[in-house]
Ligand binder design. Sequence first.
Ligand SMILES: [Fe+2]
Length: 382
Amino acid sequence: MIQRNQLDLRKFVVPEFICGYGALQLAGRYARNFGMKQVLLVTDPGIRAAGWADAVGESLTEAGVPFTIFDAISPNPRSGQVMAGAEVYHSEECNGIVAVGGGSPMDCAKGIGIVSSNMQDILTFEGVDRVPVPAPPLICIPTTAGSSADVSQFAIITDEMRRRKIALVSKALVPDISLLDPRPLTTMPLELTVDTGMDALCHAIEAYVSNASSPMTDLHALEAIRLIHSALPAVIEDPENLELRFSTLLASLHAGLAFSNASLGATHAMAHGLGGVYDLPHGRCNALLLEHVIAANYEAAPDRYDRIGAIFDREPGEQTTPAGEIAAFRRSIGITATLTELGIREDAIPTLARRAYADPCLVTNPRRLTCEDIERIYEHAL
Ligand SMILES: [Fe+2]
């Protein structure tokens, strides 16, 4: 079991954020305040079609800030897309970035920012604290309630040559402001709502049991878990309900504040492995791995996992891993497939495990896992 000490030195990095109805309309005012003369508006085709990129564009126009749209971004954003965005940033002589979308456009926008200020290939920033020059000002407007890229020090980019996801962790990746508005969430399809909600749950649980957790991150992690447990099933039943959508957005915000500062664990390390090779939705990968990682980790942090179990209505006094409760929860919101059904083959496991073993998220997992341990967890999830 790991020993935690409240007196251990811990840093807590948080960007400015504004949450509430209409927050996205503040994009123009903040762009002007940051001195942006020409904005790169980073988004994706789905968000454009839903009208949210136009809504942000109108706000920029009203504030007198011209912009260029860059939307050539896929789910699981790729290194080539970041470099292409950086080219547009330079050719249009931009001096600031506004990102509207889910984790993919926001991570891509973060990548474009550091590539532009450092004039280096995005892949050179892999790892922790590898960004020498700060990025230009970045305003984020999340349209999902899961990635928390709008408040975190993380960006995940797929190295398309090697088909692997790389994690970039740096204070230079924290946006300058996040505008959290519940309205864009209402156009999210059900599957995306569920997958991103489970991603947020994973962030909160992994941050809570992380061996870099602190009293400050615990506070946010537990509140996120509580909110997701109550609001996510409810919002599936009532997807237009702005108050419920806002609760999931708050949950994601709390989870982001927790994991950005406490980091993550084996679920994310293993999900990055899967996402890189198979290009699967990140939240779905996490959802299918989480209960198996909990079962493997439980003995390393039983008190913490018991507290999570209590939120998930586990019988009081029961002292077993909450993996069963977590599995029941994800099934109750419609995630019932196995990794095999998503196309994962057993013979891929050694490669996946090696990649997960090298992922920076594994460093803060409460139990030190070997490559063989990780292979066993993948096998259980098949
Ligand atoms: Fe995640």
